[in-house]
Design a protein around this ligand. Structure first.
Ligand code: ATP
Ligand code: MG
Length: 299
């Protein structure tokens, strides 16, 4: 029997979101042993249970209030939302945060040799997809229609197999499309993984822990986006050096032992430092430039 005092988080068991979801929770300090092939894993150091399921089931588990939180791709979430809305079912949830992984786009693709002049040329055509509602929303917005061919996998082989004229599928690099002789012609939706929470009452202590988890997630993502930069620079060119630093706060300036003309600078930058910027810094007289990853951050 599941303990209702513990937070239940649904995440993908195995697939493109599972490693990043697991890594995010572990960076937030949640100790879970996910080695075993179990549906449910219990955190050792916090009142948190992890439900490991197919990604398609995650939005429904959150919308039905079976779990408190879910980590899911917006594409799957939005499709479930539209499906439930069309059926008049409950589709409530709150997005707590967009995450920094799982990026992909839902695109229309056609055989590479088919001419594409715009979505109008797909009017009334048969399109294979696992996302019929997202596709319909797009076609409705253009006042066009299509015949859906619902496939839950291997969508990219549909045109070759004579099942459809075009496909609407997820793309990240485009390599799968290319390998199947298809060309991406239009992007209809851009997706990332998100953390969502169920609607309805949440006991105070559970909400407190969710808020704490969210603060840690912000910290993990911010740290991943940021760099710690150290360098030595000529004192009289300090302002020029600072002007080159991307997204840096005011740096810490420290004296260098035995060198009056130069100082050490330390700063947190919200972006990495590209080679081009490092070269410009060097031409201003900067040296010993170090760019370090940051493990954790709390502001
Ligand atoms: P499951 O067995 O859990 O149902 P799945 O096969 O439906 O898994 P995956 O291929 O693991 O799903 O993809 C999960 C999610 O990862 C997608 O819904 C999407 O949000 C995201 N994603 C990121 N890049 C891609 C990509 N190139 N192709 C497909 N999905 C991607
Ligand atoms: Mg799936």
């Amino acid at each position: 029997m599941l303990d209702n005092k513990r937070i239940r988080i649904a995440m993908q068991k195995s697939g493109r979101l599972s490693d990043d979801s697991r890594e995010l929770l572990s960076r937030c300090g949640i100790k879970i042993n996910l080695q075993q092939q179990r549906l449910i894993a219990f955190a050792e150091n916090m009142p948190i249970d992890i439900l490991r399921v197919r990604d398609d089931d995650i939005p429904g588990l959150v919308m039905d209030g079976v779990v408190d939180l879910g980590i899911i791709g917006e594409n799957v979430l939005e499709e479930e939302l539209l499906t439930r809305q069309a059926q008049g079912e409950n589709a409530g949830y709150t997005t707590l945060r967009r995450l920094d992984f799982g990026g992909c786009r839902l695109s229309l693709a056609m055989p590479a040799d088919a001419g594409y002049t715009g979505p109008e040329c797909l009017d009334n055509k048969r399109i294979a997809t696992s996302y019929p509602h997202l596709l319909k929303r797009y076609f409705d917005s253009k006042n066009l229609s299509f015949k859906p061919c619902m496939l839950n996998g291997s969508v990219e082989v549909a045109p070759r197999a004579g099942l459809a004229d075009a496909i609407c599928d997820l793309v990240s690099t485009g390599a799968t499309l290319e390998a199947n002789g298809l060309r991406e012609v239009d992007v209809i939706y851009r997706s990332k993984a998100v953390l969502i929470q169920r609607e309805g009452e949440m006991p105070e202590e559970k909400q407190y822990l969710i808020d704490k988890l969210l603060t840690r997630i912000q910290g993990v993502i911010k740290a991943r986006e940021s760099k710690y930069i150290m360098l030595h620079a000529p004192s009289e060119r300090l302002e020029e050096v600072i002007a080159l630093m991307p997204g840096a706060e005011r740096p810490t300036v420290l004296p260098l032992a035995g060198d009056q003309a130069r100082v050490a600078m330390h700063m947190v930058s919200s972006e990495t430092l590209f080679w081009e910027t490092m070269e410009k810094l060097k031409s201003l007289g900067a040296s010993s430039i170090l760019v370090l990853p940051i493990e954790k951050m709390m502001e």
